[in-house]
Design a protein around this ligand. Structure first.
Ligand code: ADP
Ligand code: ADP
Length: 217
């Protein structure tokens, strides 16, 4: 059973074809990057997978269950902007996805993303990289089957970006979630992905999906 399976996926907004005939299979524990220019349908693909986009043609399954029937419960999401609650502490921000009391798992997550000692700090006292790590911890809080990341490093300066990319690889090696990361940055896609999927040639259309095997440096 693959972690993620998309077949003949097609999504149009009126006359605009956002995704056409997309096939993608991701195995458990794989780190797949999806790269393509702005407008090629990357965000649409993630919306489909998170269940935010229910009207599409084709199949989209997470761990064998249709995303339209709750397959998306097992998905953690990390956005380009950390989108932290400004009035809440790091610990509270991480716990936001969890119901029930903080049972120490939150503290574990906070230290797993390298923020030990910052549990009671508020977002405005964090660097951009640290804020993005809080966002990553929040994405991991459900212990999701699948972690989806939408341009998570695009807003960071180059040095912080490299640091956070390596940090994500380290977390992935340690916790072994299945990861699907979308980006317009070809270098980033090649560096992070076990496998790189190229989505579309032309803005607004998906001409083809190519799987390319790339070795990390
Ligand atoms: P990307 O994330 O790769 O930049 P998107 O998935 O955001 O691409 O968009 C793919 C195409 O679908 C674009 O042409 C975009 O303008 C169009 N699109 C996306 N969302 C909507 C929407 N809600 N309504 C109309 N068109 C949309
Ligand atoms: P090492 O220290 O293992 O020799 P380097 O840090 O020198 O590796 O990087 C080797 C190559 O990989 C360089 O071309 C560098 O630009 C690129 N690289 C390193 N880290 C990243 C990163 N986080 N994202 C993208 N490219 C990277």
């Amino acid at each position: 059973q693959p972690a993620l399976e998309v077949s003949a996926l097609r999504k149009a907004y009126g006359d605009t074809v956002a995704l056409s005939d997309v096939d993608l299979t991701v195995d458990h524990g794989e780190f797949v990057t999806v790269v393509g220019p702005s407008g090629c349908g990357k965000s649409t693909l993630l919306r489909v997978l998170t269940g935010l986009e229910e009207r599409f043609e084709g199949r989209a399954e997470i761990d064998g269950s249709d995303v339209r029937e709750g397959g998306s419960d097992d998905v953690g999401m990390v956005f380009q902007e950390p989108r932290l609650l400004p009035w809440a502490t790091v610990r509270e921000n991480v716990a936001v996805g969890l119901d029930g009391p903080d049972d120490g798992r939150v503290d574990d997550l906070v230290s797993q993303v390298g923020l030990e000692g910052f549990g009671d700090t508020r977002p405005d006292e964090l660097s951009g990289g640290m804020a993005q790590r809080v966002s990553l911890a929040r994405g991991l809080a459900y212990e999701p089957e699948l972690l989806l990341l939408d341009e998570p490093f695009s807003a960071l300066d180059a040095l912080t970006k490299y640091e956070q990319q390596d940090f994500l690889l380290e977390v992935w090696n340690r916790l072994e979630p299945t990861v699907l990361l979308v980006t317009h940055d070809v270098e980033e896609a090649a560096y992070l992905g076990d496998r790189v999927v190229v989505l579309g040639d032309q803005p607004g259309t998906v001409e083809r999906v190519i799987d390319v095997a790339v070795d990390r440096p």
